[in-house]
Design a protein. Structure first.
Length: 378
């Protein structure tokens, strides 16, 4: 087979069969067939610009046996008019090629290597010392506050403590106060508790603090308003309240501090409507809500009183209820008028209200004086 019949098809890794066939043509002209009247132009291999005499040098490396680079002479003129160059059999010395490292791009989901953090030895020693001191102070604080644990827990740990310690009571009261302050700070009049349908109503307990009062008080019942902007003291009976104010209904959940709750259908007047009709004095920020008919467990008079901030009193879901589940209130549930504050625990929902006083300073609270929270928000 002669050189004119060879195609320039040498690929990287191919080894010439003999030394005499190591020189290849750089151009190839395809033969035109019978129907090919416009043959394609010859494909010319462009030599590198830095090689003189139009000589192209191509390096091929075989992974196993090829270690030399062979020289290929190519002429830019078409092979149809110029005879192929004479073979010289000259061998070109190998050219050293430095390997190029290509960094493989990491997948998005591939686990990333942990970063290396370098820190000066002095800074590391200082940080370690600070961590040790902080840990020690935390351990001392935990040990000092251990007396707050229940007496049974302390006994199990072999620690003797007086559960009636004034310091313990003071610290617990301060913790409750902080909790109340945070709850009051984040209060929003626009936050509403969930409402329900009539099919979701559940039974509600009679949870009077003491004994249930005798219904004889209802005939002489009235509501007294004090601390008004007018400077007057107003007395209203249940007829005044039900005829003057528009009725408002809602089905909400009453949550007791004891851990139970009930969904009930309430109706009455909004507390905010009462505030608008009988506005409190300008400096007033609190309402003291009380019931003079409340009894203790021995059926002795035990007036019940509760503090309510005016922001909560004006909440759209705070109601002075007159009806429960479509019927007038019974004595068990605070007839004839009770306070309903769905954003507060049940102990704020005073039954059988007899007096509301508006004051500038936070008033006394029945359960706060007995160690409970004063704010009681939910």
């Amino acid at each position: 087979m002669n050189n004119e019949a060879k195609a320039n098809s040498l690929k990287p890794g191919d080894v010439p069969p003999t030394e005499t066939e190591s020189t290849l043509e750089a151009t190839k002209t395809p033969e035109a067939g019978a129907e090919d009247t416009n043959p394609r132009a010859p494909i010319v291999a462009e030599p590198p610009q830095d090689v003189e005499d139009s000589t192209a040098v191509m390096a091929f490396e075989n992974a196993e046996s090829v270690s030399a680079i062979q020289q290929v002479d190519a002429y830019r003129s078409p092979p149809s008019s110029v005879e192929p160059p004479q073979q010289t059999g000259e061998i070109v010395a190998p050219i050293a090629v430095e390997p190029v490292l290509v960094k493989k791009q990491q997948s998005f989901f591939q686990e990333q290597p942990l970063p290396v953090v370098e820190m000066a030895p002095l800074a590391l020693r200082n940080r370690t010392r600070r961590d040790f001191l902080a840990f020690g102070l935390g351990a001392l604080a935990a040990a000092g506050a251990g007396f707050l644990l229940p007496e049974s827990t302390l006994s199990r740990l072999g620690i003797r403590a007086d559960g009636s310690s004034p310091k313990k009571e003071w610290l617990l009261n301060q913790a409750l106060r902080i909790d109340d302050d945070v709850a009051e700070a984040i209060y929003s009049r626009n936050r509403l508790v969930p409402t329900y349908t009539k099919s979701q109503i559940t039974p509600i307990k009679n949870n009077y603090n003491g004994a249930t009062p005798d219904p004889g008080y209802i005939s002489g019942w009235n509501l007294t308003l004090e601390g008004l902007a007018s400077g007057l003291s107003i007395s209203l009976d249940i007829r005044n309240l039900t005829t003057r104010f528009s009725a408002h209904e809602q089905i909400t959940r009453l949550v007791c501090v004891e851990g139970w709750s009930a969904v009930a259908w309430w109706a009455g007047l909004r507390f905010d409507d009462l505030l608008r009709a009988y506005p409190p004095a300008s400096q007033a920020k609190w309402a003291r809500v009380e019931s003079s008919v409340n009894l203790d467990a021995s059926a002795n008079p035990d007036p019940y009183f509760m503090s309510l901030d005016l922001a909560t009193a004006s909440h759209p879901q705070t109601v002075l209820a007159t009806h429960l589940n479509g019927q007038p209130l019974t004595v068990d549930h605070g007839a004839p008028l009770r306070l309903l504050v769905p954003v507060k625990l049940g102990l704020k929902n005073v039954k059988a209200i007899t007096r509301i006083s508006y004051v500038a300073e936070e008033p006394r609270d029945y359960w706060a004086e007995r160690g409970y929270s004063r704010y009681d928000g939910i």
